[in-house]
Each structure stands twice: as structure tokens, then as C-alpha cells.
Design a protein around this ligand. Structure first.
Ligand SMILES: [Zn+2]
Length: 315
């Protein structure tokens, strides 16, 4: 069964490209592949520590994945086009991880639309509009409502990114930003690592209305494993991941749910989910709950690959 994880932060943890293949963090390629064929979205993320120079930090993280793919083509291949994705889906050898590059925060653009084109050429394919502070594009859910949603520049960026063949990601966006993005989007979008607010009231999670609106756009929501987004008690268990999958599936259909682990974006995993090597437990649990095999495959990976097929440039 194909696995697609729409968000992990391993690039911000490792010092060398080689460490992508084996390390002591939540995610490495070797453990990912123990589940089966694997596609991973690799986020670049600067955080508050590098707020003054996020671009440099984020680009150097993307470079680690690019160098790893160039030096070890038998172990990692970055997907840039729909054709690449098609080839990845055909590859039954299970010998390499396929990856997509993400910027977690539009601050990587430094306010420049031209920079978006340069990053596209470099291989960037997923643009998360914000992280935990307002930037030139839009307001973050953890921000100060600097623009009251999406800025004029943010609108230009969303339009250009979709023209280029990039996936727009609204995880971390304020409620108003999400609303604004949905009004102008030409293609389906994602909330790559967000859960249901009805089950866990953290503002990083999505309201029912937001989940419905994302689904109407043809979008897919990646379930986040961060305990504080899973359960209000903060003492989350593996089955809380399943509860969010079930909730969103029941609300809008299983074709709009996927995985967005957020591995290595936090410390302290839910009980019963100790790292990427245990991702196989999710389809197992869903099958036990009488989900059809087709729906389980969709949730484990195919929903996100379908989404990307409609977003990436053909070749
Ligand atoms: Zn995040």
C-alpha cells in the first residue's frame, strides 16, 4: 500500500543530506520504506529563532533534500511534475523514497514574487502560506491579524503559485486567510497538517465549515499527530489519530482525508505512535473498523496523489 505523508520537518533536524536516510529522529527514509512505497513532503521551516533571516535557513534545508536526491538517486527522488509522480506510482521496487519540497511559511519569499519562480525552478512544489506569525502574504492563526486575511501580495502569490503548478497549503493560516484563499483559488488546496476543531479545540485545527469548504474545493486534509492538536487533554493516544480521520471522513467523505504527520515538528508523540516506522498501524486500524480497502488506500496515500496530479505541471 502506498503511503503519502503531507508534512514532516526532518530537514530542520538533520545536519547532513545522508542523515535523511537513517537517524534517531521521528522520520528517516529507511524506516519510512518499512511501511511500503512512500512519498514524503519535506518541509523547510525557519521558526521564530531565525525570524530575521528565514529565507537562508529554509533554502539551506531544501538544499539538503536536493543534494541527497542528487547524490543518492537510488534512495531518494524528488517529484517535480505529474509525470514524475506517475513514475513514482508505478515504481514497485520499494527501494527509494519519493519526495516533494515544501516551504512552511511564505516568509521564504522575502516579499518577492520573482523569488517564487526561482524556488519553483529549485524544486519547490508545496507552499504553506504561513507559519506561526503574520508574514507579507497573510495572517497566521497565531498572529496579530496584520492584514485581515490574505494581503494583496498574498493574492498575487497564490495566483502565481497555482499557475506554476504548486500546491497551496493553508495549515497555520488564520480563519480569515483560509476564507480569502478559498475565494480566489483556481485549484484544489490542502491543509497539510491540521485536525478537526470539533474534537480538539486548538485554533490550529479546522472548524466543520472550513473542512466542508476545503472539501468543496476538492482539497485534502492531512491529519497531524501532534498531541496538542489531537486531544484537549494533551495525553493523546494512537486512536486519537484514527478519531480525527473518522470524524473528517464522516463529515465530508474519506476522499478528503490523508496523513500529515508533522513528524519532527514537535517532541513527544502520542502513545502508540513512535515514529514513521509505525505508520502502517493506521491502515490496519481503519481496516479493523470496517473501512473498505479502497477507502483505506485513499486515506493512506491516494487522496494526496490525486490532489497533486491535478496541481503539478504535466512535465
Ligand atoms: Zn506546521
Amino acid at each position: 500500500m502506498l503511503f503519502f505523508d503531507a508534512h514532516c520537518d526532518i530537514l530542520s533536524r538533520i545536519d547532513t543530506p545522508e542523515a535523511l536516510f537513517s537517524n534517531r529522529f521521528h522520520w528517516d527514509a529507511q524506516r519510512a520504506l518499512s511501511n511500503g512505497p512512500f512519498i514524503q513532503v519535506f518541509a523547510s521551516f525557519a521558526g521564530s529563532r531565525f525570524r530575521d533571516q528565514p529565507e537562508k535557513v529554509m533554502e539551506s534545508q531544501l538544499q539538503k533534500a536536493i543534494v541527497a536526491g542528487n547524490q543518492y538517486p537510488g534512495r531518494l527522488k524528488l517529484i517535480r511534475t505529474a509525470k514524475d509522480l506517475e513514475n513514482a506510482l508505478k515504481d514497485q521496487s520499494n527501494s527509494k523514497v519519493y519526495g516533494l519540497l515544501e516551504a512552511e511559511g511564505g516568509e521564504i519569499l522575502g516579499g518577492s514574487l520573482e523569488k517564487l519562480d526561482r524556488l519553483y525552478d529549485m524544486g519547490l512544489r508545496v507552499l504553506t502560506l504561513a507559519w506561526n506569525f503574520d508574514n507579507e502574504l497573510c495572517d497566521s492563526v497565531a498572529g496579530q491579524s496584520r492584514h485581515n486575511g490574505l494581503s494583496a501580495f498574498g493574492r498575487e502569490v497564490v495566483a502565481r503559485a497555482q499557475e506554476l503548478g504548486m500546491l497551496i497549503d493553508v495549515s497555520h493560516c488564520s480563519d480569515k486567510t483560509l476564507e480569502d484563499v478559498l475565494l480566489i483559488t483556481q485549484k484544489p488546496i490542502t491543509a497539510s497538517h491540521s485536525n478537526a476543531r470539533a474534537l480538539c479545540s486548538h485554533p490550529r485545527n479546522l472548524t466543520d465549515d472550513q473542512i466542508k469548504a476545503l472539501a468543496r474545493s476538492g482539497g485534502v486534509i492531512g491529519i497531524n499527530f501532534y498531541p496538542l492538536f489531537l486531544d484537549n487533554s494533551g495525553n493523546a493516544q494512537f486512536m486519537d489519530i484514527i478519531k480525527h480521520i473518522e470524524y473528517i471522513s464522516a463529515l465530508v467523505g474519506p476522499e478528503h482525508v490523508g496523513l500529515g504527520s508533522d513528524f519532527d515538528g514537535f517532541s513527544g508523540l502520542p502513545h502508540g505512535m513512535n515514529g514513521v516506522e509505525e505508520l502502517y498501524k493506521i491502515p490496519e486500524a481503519l481496516l479493523r473498523l470496517n473501512y473498505t480497502e479502497a477507502h483505506v488506500k485513499a486515506i493512506a496515500g491516494e487522496n494526496f496523489t490525486r490532489l497533486l496530479m491535478g496541481v503539478l505541471k504535466p512535465a
